[in-house]
Structures are given as structure tokens and as C-alpha cells.
Design a protein around this ligand. Sequence first.
Ligand code: ADP
Ligand code: TPP
Ligand code: MG
Ligand code: MG
Ligand code: MG
Length: 319
Amino acid sequence: MDEFSFINAIKQKAYRQPTLVKGIGDDAAVFRSTSDIVTTVDTFVENIHFSLETMRPFHIGYRVLAANISDLAAMGAEPAFYLVSMCIPKTWNQKALEEIYQGMHELASLHQMDLIGGDTVSSDRLMISITAMGYVPKDQARFRSDAQPNDIIFATGTLGDSRAGLEILLQGQECKSQDYYIQRHRLPEPRVALALGLQEINRVALNDISDGISNEANEIAEASGVELFIIEDSVPVSESFHQFSEEQQYEWKLSGGEDFELLGTVSKANWPRVQEIADQTNTPIRQIGYVYEAEEPRVLIQTHGETKQLTKSGYTHLK
Ligand SMILES: Nc1ncnc2c1ncn2[C@@H]1O[C@H](COP(=O)(O)OP(=O)(O)O)[C@@H](O)[C@H]1O
Ligand SMILES: Cc1ncc(C[n+]2csc(CCOP(=O)(O)OP(=O)(O)O)c2C)c(N)n1
Ligand SMILES: [Mg+2]
Ligand SMILES: [Mg+2]
Ligand SMILES: [Mg+2]
């Protein structure tokens, strides 16, 4: 395999975005815009973010793009473009690498996204870095700093599924609905439809759940200078989630991460409309608490009448 035949193999045959001026094949890509542009990058490293023990190359590609799309959704943006930087060890053959791109192409086509560039270098360990871009109407990006006292807190989907799927894959132990959990881990569905539906709401604070809500709720509390009060029993989990031990349930739903669901806050007045939009976009959504004024930003969690502080305990690097 040489670098150029590889790039040719993974290139899209046709582009979808009307705002694209130049895609793959020049020194850089060009697109134009009249909206605000949202851009994000995330890097994925073999055996930290993914492993061939638990995934096919297809899932790796699907999932790394999903993580980026999830960040775009959390900003309220419509996904448009992505660039992929690959650091490739000699042990990976062209077929496996093309399968990674098939995973990306599959999810990209669901969101009309175009692959418009990237970089390919050799390395000791597989690393994939994706830069994604999307559009949001002028001044309508969703910030973590937009939560206000008296808002309600909501979460989409069910939390902890991805972590349950990972554990099932790593332990090889049988359990109820195991294919469901494995699928939630391998093929996450970022909540783009809801995020776009919410564009009509004047103020929503949003954060996507990549590290676990114990982290993301604290990020909203800090950015907005408020207290988030979460009721543990309201945190949505899958029906068969109760088969796992109490400790696992608590840890996975609050700190499991990689669910790529959305955590947000919105005024009480707008909450019924948010639920309607969630319905129309087939997005499970649930209120999980309230926002209060705070001297010190913090997150509290109430479990059967007992309240304690929920500190950041999701996934963190460099520790
Ligand atoms: N090495 C870095 N250099 C510059 N900015 C960074 C770096 N790492 C993270 N950031 C920025 O810090 C913020 C938080 O990043 P991160 O926790 O990765 O967000 P997320 O969990 O949504 O992916 C983002 O604005 C991101 O762009
Ligand atoms: C093989 C393997 N081990 C562990 C995990 C769990 N894991 C890896 S990264 C991560 C958190 C999200 O990654 P990060 O780089 O922090 O993403 P960001 O916050 O930038 O979106 C989790 C829960 C995994 N998915 N796969
Ligand atoms: Mg990141
Ligand atoms: Mg994020
Ligand atoms: Mg992180």
C-alpha cells in the first residue's frame, strides 16, 4: 500500500454539500458559508478509545465520527464536513483501514456529511483524529454557559448502555439484551435531529455525554455559575439495566461515558415544547432535575431522599 493509492481508495466519489468549493485533492479544502461555523476535533488512540478485541474496524470508524458529530449536535449545529488524520502502524493492512473508512462513510451519509481532507502518516500505534465542521444559524450556537436558575435539566436516550456494552465485550460474560448493549457501544447515534429541532427554542444549554454526566453536569454548572440538582432515580436507563449490580448501575450511568447522548437545561416554560420536538424526532428524553442559583457552582444528586455532591468522576486523561 502506498499513501496515494490509499487516499484514492477512501475518497468520496461525489460530494453532497452544496457549499463545498474544493474537496480532497489540493493543498487544502474550501467551503463557503453565510452561517456561523462550528468546528471540533477529537483524537482516538488504539487501546485507549478502541480496541480490535471489542470492535471491527468498521465500528472504529463509525464511532470516531459519531463522537465528533455528537459534539456538533451539542453545539446545535448541522454536520457538514470532516477531515481525518491517520497515524498508521505497519501491522494494519489496507483492507482493515478501508473498513474503518466504510464505517465513517456509512454514518456520514446518514448526515449528508462530506469527507474533504485529512493526512496519512506512519506510526507505532493506530491513532485517528477527526476534525468536523457544521453550520448553525447566526448567534444560535448552544453553550454550556446558558443554564439559568429555575431551568429544568434533561437527558436524552438511556445512559450507561455504552459502558455496559464495553464490559460485556471485555468480560465475555453473557447477559440479558447483550446485543443491544454491544450495539450501543459500537454504533452510537448522536442526537442531531433533536439538536436541529431545538433551533426554534431561544435558549437551551447543551453538552454531549462523552465522559459521563458527573463530568458534563459539572461543566454546565461551572460554565453557567449555577447548581444542578439531579434526582438519581430519574436518570434514564434501559429496561434491562437493572440486571447489573447496584454499584455498576450507579457508576455506568453517571460516569460510564461514550453514550453520546445530550445533557441540557431549558426554561420550565419551554420544556413542554422541547418534549414535543423530542417526540417528533423520535428522541427519548427525560427531565432529571432542576437548576438553582448558587454561590459556588456544583452538582448535587439526590438518592432516596439523601443528597450528596456529585463530583467529576467520568473519564479523564492525564491522570
Ligand atoms: N490540546 C488542546 N489544545 C487546545 N485546545 C484544546 C486541547 N484539548 C482540548 N481543548 C479544548 O478544550 C475544550 C474541552 O475539550 P474536551 O474536554 O475534549 O471537549 P469534549 O469532551 O466536548 O470533546 C474544547 O474547547 C477543546 O477544543
Ligand atoms: C478499549 C477501550 N477502553 C476504554 C474505553 C472507555 N473510554 C475511552 S475514552 C472514554 C471517554 C471519552 O474520551 P475522551 O477522549 O475524553 O473524549 P472527549 O471528552 O474529548 O469527547 C472512555 C469512557 C473504551 N471505549 N475502549
Ligand atoms: Mg474532545
Ligand atoms: Mg463534547
Ligand atoms: Mg474527555
